[in-house]
Design a protein around this ligand. Structure first.
Ligand SMILES: Cc1cc2nc3c(=O)[nH]c(=O)nc-3n(C[C@H](O)[C@H](O)[C@H](O)COP(=O)(O)O)c2cc1C
Length: 180
């Protein structure tokens, strides 16, 4: 798909067909996401693909801070992808000190870029996804058995779309852009 068309047409998809996402397809999306820019090319973002129904049901039922909207869409997804981040790299010096006054901000920044690249690469292949921010970090980390030194930066629901959502309204360029 042409780049601008992909950016303009991508939507958050929250209802999915009961159809698996092939391993190779997910691998190719992660390969595309790996091309995202990152702090000094630190590449601290990792992807945990959850297809085990027991784990995904636990995340959907128990780890969404009571927000059943998210539980329902996570259950509909073929795969729950956790974007995780190796901490202490993006925005850090080799001696472990912060490179800037913005502290840990840059690791979330890198994860955000990776999430958008992932979403667009999935959309280009006909797959829908939505980024999930409302979840219990510590519970998901435990459910995924993440090693120390890794945090969950976001969850994503991924699958073949069963809906064609309309774009929610956007602010005008005049509101978004200022010149100095
Ligand atoms: C950081 C972040 C967290 C989000 N968390 C949720 C969420 O918990 N549940 C949900 O349904 N959508 C979530 N979304 C999706 C937004 O609601 C969606 O991107 C926004 O409404 C714009 O719609 P669009 O993606 O279709 O353009 C999140 C998006 C971002 C970037």
């Amino acid at each position: 798909m042409e780049t601008l068309k992909c950016i303009e047409t991508r939507r958050s998809v929250r209802r999915f067909l009961d159809k698996p996402v092939e391993k190779e397809l997910l691998e190719s999306i992660v390969a595309d996401a790996s091309m995202s820019p990152s702090w000094k090319n630190s590449q601290s973002v990792r992807y945990v693909a959850v297809t085990d129904k027991k784990i995904s049901a636990h995340i959907a039922d128990e780890c969404v801070l009571g927000f059943t909207w998210n539980g329902k869409l996570l259950k509909s997804a073929a795969v729950i992808v956790a974007l995780t981040t190796v901490t202490g790299r993006s925005g850090f010096e080799k001696d472990g000190s912060f490179s800037t006054s913005q502290g840990t901000h840059w690791q979330s920044f890198d994860a955000g870029i990776a999430a958008q690249t992932f979403s667009l690469a999935a959309w280009d292949r006909g797959l829908g996804s939505v980024i999930i921010g409302v979840y219990d970090h510590d519970m998901v980390k435990k459910a995924l058995e993440l090693p120390e030194g890794q945090q969950v930066s976001a969850l994503m629901a991924l699958g073949w779309p069963a809906e064609e959502p309309k774009a929610p309204p956007r602010k005008s360029v005049e509101e978004l852009l200022t010149w100095k």
